[in-house]
Design a protein around this ligand. Structure first.
Ligand SMILES: [Cu+2]
Length: 99
């Protein structure tokens, strides 16, 4: 929980796992990943995705309240991809596990 301009809001992302089908899912390392993000609270969220090696998997884009942004990337590496928000770090961050 954090606040912007005195208004409290929760930052929540659901966990995502790319597991090569080992956990009964279809995603695998090397697959394309699509993230649909919708701005509910906060005026703006500048978000990007970092690959496990720290390189940029998705360049920064801004999500405004009431708008949806679709991010896509290929999970070429095994490990933890990080969806980060520059406006609400470090609390607004999601982990996308590619195995
Ligand atoms: Cu944010």
């Amino acid at each position: 929980m954090t606040s912007t301009r005195g208004r409290a809001f929760a930052c929540r992302f659901l966990p995502v796992v790319c597991d090569g089908g080992r956990l009964g899912r279809d995603d695998i390392e090397g697959d394309d990943v699509t993230l649909r993000l919708f701005g509910v609270n906060g005026d703006a969220h500048e978000v990007w995705v970092e690959a496990p090696d720290g390189t940029l998997a998705v360049p920064a884009v801004t999500i405004n309240r009431g708008r949806e942004v679709v991010l896509t990337f290929t999970a070429e590496q095994a490990g933890h991809y990080r969806l980060k928000c520059g406006n609400h770090a470090p609390t607004m961050e999601a982990d996308i596990l590619s195995i």
